[in-house]
Every structure is written in structure tokens, then in C-alpha cells.
Design a protein. Structure first.
Length: 348
């Protein structure tokens, strides 16, 4: 291997991808398990996850200089209100959606993330997506509508309600807006994703606390604890595990971006969705119909096609600039016009 090759070793990439997939799968299934056992405490459950993630960030910062906890600054906090607000709105809708639907249907219910992200990005940047990007978005949209189309052979418990689809669509809208706001918010956090993760987790917990009380979930917790039928251990351990793995997922996402390409990351997400579907059938006895299977495959296919398009767009100028520099050195510094023509001929 060339000494100048700075690509991470294959074993490290495989380890990071496996780590990311494992953390994401644990998050979904433990969340689903807790929400099934305690469906009337969704906001308190989410609040505890956020608090645990913040505590773990503080603990990790004591042992690692790479984890930098930001100083509390009112001026910065005000600047980050939009991204924190949309983050907590997205988390709430995401949690409610997972509570209402089966694990196998969860990816379908949130299937409009890509088309909505493209739409929000185009509106905020005043740009027009290419025809190939529109095609990818259309494929994903078709996949979503195939999945939510009524099916007559489903048992009543497996039929998604209108409110669950509402939660899924608004979760997708929130994710789309959040992805745009993250880019504009990073400069306020010294372009540190760890600092932004800390602000969003801590800020979301602060914003969510009053709603936990207003929704009466603290009182419901005491009421359930006094009874004999409710299993407090499932809720307590579920909160600890999801808080811990939520923290790990944050780290895993950063590592995945660092050592993998967008295509690798997207393929790992696709593989995770397939595994999640199969585990949903096995663990929760979810119903997997032909329509749902076609829907999942269509959504994943459109998403991977979009990733391939964007990767090709970003790689092309880089490859040409490398070729240009190589030709310049080979020809002893000839004028750029003749070198560019040679580069164009060699690539055709």
C-alpha cells in the first residue's frame, strides 16, 4: 500500500460501522420495549435519556481531552434556540411515532425524511435540485405511499392509525429542518459537533422538563410505582440503557462520519434497517406484508441512489484537480490551458 494512502484500515471501518449499527439497533428496540410496557410516560422517558446523555458527556470529558464541554453563555444559548427547539420537537414526535407503530413499520412511517430534507434545503438555499436528485426523492416518496397504503389482510393491531402517520411525517419534517439548522449552528459552537450535541441535549432537557410536569407524567410515575401491576425495573433499566446508548450513538455517528464515506454510511444504515425489520418480526411478532417489504426496499433504494449521486458530484471536481496537478508536474509546469485539455482527453 502506498505510504501516502491515508484511508483508514478496513478493520477500523468495519468496527466503526458495526458499533454504529449495534448502538442504533439497541436504541430502537429498547425504546420500543419500554414504550410498550409504559406507553403513558413518553416525555419523562425521553427527558431521562437526555439527562443521562448530558451526565455521560461530563464524565467522558474528565478522561478525554477530545470531549470539550462548552461554557454556559446566554448569548450563544439564544443563538441555538432554533436548533434546540426543532431537536426536541423531532425527538418527541419520533418517540410518539415509535410508541404507536410496530418496529417493522417505523422506517416506513418516517420514510419522507429524504424528500423533505431536499425540499427544505432547496427552499433555504434558493437552489434547484438536479433531475437525478428529484428522481431519487420521487422513488423514496413512492416507497412511503406504498407502505402506508391500506391493506385488507392486516390484523387490527398492525394497522397504523392516522395519528401515528401524523407523528411520522412531522418527525421527518423536524429531522429535515434540523439538518439545515445544524449547519448554521455549528459556528456558534466553534464548529464542534460534540459541543453542539451537548447544547442540544442539555437545552432539550430544559425545554422538555415543564411539559413533563404539565402532562402529569411525574404524578403518573408515582401512581404507577404504588401499584402492583407495573414493572418499574423495565422503565428504569430501559431509561439507563437508552440514555447510555444514545450517548454512544452520538459518538458512533461522529466516528462513522470520520472514518467512512457517505456511501459506506448509507449502506450500513440500509443494512441496519433490514436487520431492524427482521428483529421486529422475531422479537415483537410484527407483521411483515409484501407491501411493507416493497416499501422498505424502495425507500432504501431511492436513498442509496441519492447518496451515490451526491458522492459522485463531490468526487468529480476532486479527481479532476488531482489529475490536473499530476499532469502539471509531469509536463514540467506547462500552462493550465493545455494541461486541462489533456486532462479532459484522458478522462473521455
Amino acid at each position: 500500500m502506498d505510504s501516502t494512502d491515508k484511508r483508514p484500515p478496513l478493520l477500523r471501518v468495519a468496527a466503526v460501522v458495526s458499533f454504529y449499527m449495534f448502538a442504533a439497533l439497541v436504541m430502537v428496540f429498547v425504546n420500543k420495549m419500554v414504550l410498550n410496557s409504559t406507553p403513558n410516560l413518553p416525555l419523562l422517558f425521553l427527558f431521562l435519556q437526555l439527562i443521562i446523555a448530558v451526565i455521560l458527556l461530563h464524565v467522558t470529558a474528565l478522561f478525554s481531552s477530545k470531549i470539550e464541554i462548552p461554557q454556559w453563555d446566554l448569548h450563544i444559548a439564544k443563538k441555538l434556540i432554533p436548533v434546540v427547539t426543532i431537536n426536541i420537537v423531532g425527538l418527541v414526535f419520533n418517540t410518539l411515532c415509535l410508541r404507536e407503530v410496530e418496529a417493522t413499520f417505523f422506517q416506513i412511517a418516517r420514510g419522507l425524511v429524504l424528500p423533505l430534507t431536499i425540499t427544505v434545503t432547496s427552499l433555504t438555499t434558493h437552489s434547484h435540485p438536479t433531475s437525478r436528485v428529484i428522481t431519487a426523492a420521487a422513488i423514496v416518496t413512492i416507497g412511503f405511499f406504498v407502505g402506508v397504503a391500506p391493506e385488507g389482510n392486516l390484523p387490527a393491531s398492525s394497522i397504523p392509525s392516522a395519528i401515528s402517520l401524523f407523528y411520522g411525517v412531522f418527525s421527518s419534517v423536524s429531522i429535515a429542518i434540523h439538518s439545515v439548522l445544524v449547519k448554521s449552528s455549528l459556528p456558534y459552537c466553534n464548529n464542534s459537533t460534540i459541543q453542539l450535541a451537548y447544547w442540544t441535549n442539555a437545552g432539550s432537557a430544559i425545554f422538555l422538563a415543564p411539559f413533563v410536569l404539565l402532562h402529569g407524567e411525574a404524578a403518573k410515575l408515582f401512581e404507577l410505582s404504588a401499584g402492583q401491576e407495573w414493572n418499574l425495573r423495565v422503565f428504569a433499566w430501559g431509561s439507563l440503557v437508552t440514555g447510555f446508548f444514545g450517548f454512544l450513538l452520538c459518538i458512533a455517528g461522529l466516528l462513522s462520519i470520520k472514518v467512512t464515506s457517505p456511501v459506506t454510511h448509507m449502506f450500513s444504515s440500509a443494512a441496519r434497517s433490514v436487520i431492524q425489520t427482521l428483529l421486529g418480526v422475531y422479537l415483537f411478532h410484527d407483521v411483515l406484508t409484501t407491501n411493507r417489504l416493497i416499501s422498505l426496499m424502495t425507500i432504501l433504494g431511492g436513498t442509496m441512489y441519492y447518496t451515490w449521486i451526491k458522492t459522485a458530484e463531490q468526487t468529480r471536481p476532486f479527481v479532476r484537480s488531482v489529475d490536473l496537478e499530476a499532469l502539471r508536474q509531469e509536463r514540467g509546469g506547462k500552462d493550465e490551458g493545455s494541461i486541462w485539455q489533456a486532462s479532459e482527453k484522458s478522462s473521455s
